[in-house]
Design a protein around this ligand. Structure first.
Ligand code: GDP
Length: 199
């Protein structure tokens, strides 16, 4: 399916700009620079369907991509979070957009929470996971850039993250280990997304 039509549809700064909720949606979120654009490109097999972030913390829109002809599901690229220098107003606007989207979008089947393998979970991720719990939106944790850490460090980080996500009712217990650069874990993640999209 991903080898067929994958197309950018629109950027929505507010909920009212979203397309009709006619097909399932799978959202990608994570801290700025986590490797979200790279992962979206790897999963869709496109070199640059998602543009690598211009200025971290500035993009405050939901970027919507369509998969399939006719469209079978949509991928939603959420604005990156946790950018230390973001002005309070920008952070507030982000929270509002996230909360209204998570609570008001019944076609949102799953969210992928991307976490940098080098850093593990940060408070911004914890806040995101709490929002997902509260909105009852099931999520998968995806470790990114696994090629950048030693196997022993990756094991330790994965264990710590696994332990923590057990406390989140909306979290999938298993997480995904990926490297967009080396292609590791991408096929598995793609398969999981198709299942989440009901295919
Ligand atoms: P975004 O801001 O979350 O969209 O992150 P990007 O996809 O733009 O990636 C941020 C930086 O991390 C870029 O320099 C990427 O080349 C790098 N990066 C992303 N994924 C990987 C990966 O799997 N391995 C390595 N080594 N670098 C990666």
């Amino acid at each position: 399916l991903f080898s067929g039509r994958v197309e950018f549809l629109l950027s929505a700064p507010q909920l009212k700009f979203l397309p009709d909720p006619s097909v399932p949606e799978i959202a990608f979120c994570g801290r700025s620079n986590v490797g979200k654009s790279s992962l979206l490109n790897a999963v869709t097999g496109r070199r640059a369907i998602a543009r690598a972030s211009v200025t971290p913390g500035r993009t405050q829109e939901l970027n919507i991509f369509e998969v399939g002809q006719p469209t079978q599901f949509r991928l939603v690229d959420m604005p990156g979070y946790g950018f230390a220098k973001a002005p309070v107003k920008v952070v507030e606007k982000w929270k509002q957009l996230m909360k209204t989207y998570l609570r008001g979008r019944p076609v949102l089947n799953r969210t992928l929470v991307l976490v940098d393998s080098r850093h593990g979970l940060k408070d911004a991720d914890r806040e995101m996971m709490r929002m997902l719990d509260e909105s009852a939106v099931g999520f998968r944790v995806v470790l990114t850039k696994t090629d950048k850490v030693k196997v022993s460090d990756l094991d330790r980080t994965a264990e710590r993250v696994a332990e923590e996500i057990r406390r989140h009712p909306a979290a999938y217990p298993e997480m995904h280990l990926t490297s967009a650069e080396k292609g590791m874990g991408i096929a598995e993640l793609r398969a999981a997304i198709m299942v989440d999209a009901g295919l």
